[in-house]
Write a protein that binds this ligand. Structure first.
Ligand code: OSB
Ligand code: MG
Length: 373
């Protein structure tokens, strides 16, 4: 597979409803999309970096030049036996995992299309149907949150995750549990607490949560291990897990009992598979996280979720929860049983709507093999 050219673009898409976490509120997404042009086949991928460096150090404006100046040129003009060989070519660049993932995953898509194989099979998936959950942001009132939960339960979703932060936590969980005593419920703090708040965090134990996601610092697992020893509720790590080595260390220290896998956060499908395998070897279940992706990233998350150890419902939900109109055809739909099925179509099984993407594009650049930087 020869990488002849790469097109990077930024599209702008307003969310149907704002999304608020402990680090802020998002109304509209600016998403980078990458196309790898490989001998007549176009592979697509989405960069999950946010509009601001709040979830992680990476953001749209670090990913853009990193891809155009370093990561793109590292693979351009090369003939790769397979997409999994891309990571080694980009390894000289430290960090910038979301940017790396964008390049690598476009090559996985190209490889699947070239081999006329479903991406999920190429990744080593075995599940034909994946269970879906939803992540519901902080709202203006608890009533509004309860209304949203009701809608998602009626739609069939199998797990409700709510965002929490100091002042929007115990009070909220109490109201949810008094209305729905036995739904599968979890919460995500996105690093909103510190170890001084152990007594407060212990109160979460009364709500029979499936997990509490990333309660402490985004770059920590040592202190999460101290916290996990104090809690009955399972800790799930998201932000802290950047690689399979992080996953192994976190499991070894007892920092978590569940891991959230986001392909962008760990640097691409190759590393995501390694994280999956490292967790499976230690009997730690994983689930697929979300980053408010457009259909392109969403379709790739679906493919990843077919791997065997994705045993818990992911933040993989329907297009219409985020977008008035998604950039893939068909849009992602979730069954009334809260599942998404995969089939034998080559690639992701979703067609990229290039005409619509063109209309949403705010900047675009193509780099070719042999072209000076
Ligand atoms: O921590 O999982 C997170 C969205 C943006 C950044 C971080 C997170 C999230 C979500 C939304 O929880 C998941 C989704 O529905 O895409
Ligand atoms: Mg999270």
């Amino acid at each position: 597979m020869k990488v002849e050219a790469i097109t990077l673009r930024e599209i702008q898409m307003p969310l149907v409803h704002f999304f608020e976490t402990s680090f802020g509120r998002t109304y509209s997404r600016n998403i980078l999309l990458l196309t790898a042009h490989c001998e007549g086949v176009n592979g697509w991928a989405e960069c999950v970096a946010g509009e601001d460096p709040f979830y992680s150090a990476e953001w749209t404006d670090t990913a853009w030049p990193t891809i155009l100046r370093y990561l793109g040129p590292a693979v351009l003009g090369k003939t790769l036996p397979a997409a999994r060989d891309a990571a080694a070519l980009m390894a000289r660049v430290r960090g910038h995992r979301m940017a790396k993932s964008t390049v690598e995953n476009a090559l996985w898509d190209a490889e699947a299309k070239q081999k006329q194989q479903p991406l999920w099979r190429l990744l080593g998936g075995t599940r034909r149907e994946i269970p879906c959950g939803v992540s519901i942001g902080i709202q203006d009132s608890i009533e509004q949150l309860l209304q949203k939960i009701e809608t998602e339960l009626a739609a069939g979703y199998r797990r409700i995750k709510v965002k929490v932060k100091p002042g929007w936590d115990i009070n909220v969980l109490e109201r949810i549990r008094s209305r729905w005593s036995d739904i599968v419920l979890s919460c995500d703090a996105n690093s909103a607490y510190t170890l001084d708040e152990v007594e407060h965090l212990r109160k979460f134990d009364q709500f029979n949560l499936l997990m509490i996601e990333q309660p402490l610092w985004n770059d920590d697992y040592y202190f999460h291990a101290r916290l996990q020893r104090e809690l009955r509720t399972a800790i799930c790590l998201d932000e802290s897990i950047r690689s399979a080595r992080d996953a192994a260390a976190a499991i070894d220290t007892g920092a978590c009992r569940i891991i959230n896998v986001k392909v962008g956060r760990v640097g691409g499908f190759t590393e995501a598979k390694k994280v999956h395998d490292a967790c499976q070897a230690q009997n730690i279940p994983v689930w697929c996280g979300g980053m408010l992706e457009s259909g392109i990233g969403r379709a790739q998350n679906i493919a990843l979720s077919t791997l065997e150890n994705f045993r818990l419902p992911g933040d993989v939900s329907a297009s219409k929860r985020y977008w008035k109109e998604d950039i893939i055809d068909p849009e992602v739909e979730v069954s009334s049983q809260g599942t998404i099925a995969v089939d034998e179509q080559p690639g992701t099984g979703y067609r990229v709507r290039e005409d619509l993407i063109e209309k949403l594009t705010v900047r675009k650049q193509t780099i070719r093999a042999g072209q000076a930087k």
